[in-house]
Design a protein around this ligand. Structure first.
Ligand SMILES: NC(=O)c1ccc[n+]([C@@H]2O[C@H](COP(=O)([O-])OP(=O)(O)OC[C@H]3O[C@@H](n4cnc5c(N)ncnc54)[C@H](OP(=O)(O)O)[C@@H]3O)[C@@H](O)[C@H]2O)c1
Length: 236
């Protein structure tokens, strides 16, 4: 791509895999996170680290300026309310990022990492600060932003390096785990595949041998685009 790609949460366990993959493709990478200490440990020297907090709109403006794409892969706090609640990182933070991106000339592709179960309000995960509700609100903000986007909903994350067959699903009906490296792959592949634009999908991987390489283009081509009505569905 002609301009940098920002990985917000790029010092995290999955985000750092995204950053490394992008660097391997000779992309210019901006890693964004709060902790400089964590960044020192996990940001490759070829990437540029920016200390910023998605909860603070001013802090994200500079690192996002001029980016051609953004991967948002931020882990939320779980307080019911206040600065470490899911609302702040999964909804308000997403909106801050979208606002910053709208003020740049180009229309960057936004890849949002969400999670399975966001449409199931009675799921136990929603007991943590209405985490699922706020994730869905963040997704909705991305879908209705007017920017090109991909929303990825992984199941429970594992650190398995080997992985079995990968399933991309839609409708948020299933369950299952997925390996972090596959989620990182999906974030990167989505940036280069037109078929991955304007879609929301869940991810699950089996144990045992899977297809190598993963047939990403085929998997993306099997997804249906989000309906405009779903794009406008406001949760809050
Ligand atoms: N764990 C699961 O089973 C599971 C299941 C489904 C989906 N997910 C989602 O998958 C994604 C990747 O998970 P992971 O376990 O790889 O994440 P992780 O290792 O916990 O990393 C999270 C990243 O978010 C950054 N971050 C947190 N709050 C931030 C803020 N306010 N502003 C900017 N950056 C912030 C962290 O850096 P700093 O702390 O330095 O800011 C870190 O780089 C997350 O979005 C997670 O919610 C996880």
């Amino acid at each position: 791509m002609d301009s940098p790609i920002a990985v917000i949460g790029g010092t995290g366990r999955t985000g750092r895999l995204v950053a490394r993959q992008l660097l391997a493709r000779s992309e210019s990478v901006r890693v964004i996170g709060r902790s400089t200490q964590r960044a020192r440990r996990h940001t490759p020297p070829q990437a540029q680290f920016f200390a910023a907090d998605v909860r603070s709109p001013d802090s994200v403006r500079t690192p996002l300026y001029g980016c051609s794409a953004v991967v948002y892969i931020v882990e939320p706090g779980t307080d019911d309310a206040g600065p470490d609640s899911p609302e702040t990182t999964l909804h308000t933070g997403v909106r801050h990022v979208l606002d910053a991106l709208r003020s740049t000339a180009a229309a960057p592709h936004v890849v949002l990492v969400s999670q399975r179960h966001v449409t199931r309000r009675d799921h136990p995960m929603n007991a943590y600060g209405r985490m699922l509700d706020w994730r869905l609100a963040g997704e909705n903000a991305v879908r209705s932003s007017g920017l090109p986007y991909t929303v990825i909903r992984p199941g429970w994350l594992t650190d398995d390096l080997g992985h079995g067959h990968l399933h991309l699903e839609q409708g948020d009906l299933g369950d299952g785990r997925v390996a972090r490296p596959l989620v990182a792959d999906a974030c990167v592949q989505a940036l280069y595949s037109p078929a991955a634009q304007g879609v929301t999908f869940e991810m699950r991987s089996e144990t045992g041998p899977g297809a190598t390489p993963v047939p990403w283009q085929e998997l993306f081509a099997g997804l249906r685009a989000d309906a405009p009505t779903a794009a406008r569905a406001a949760l809050t």
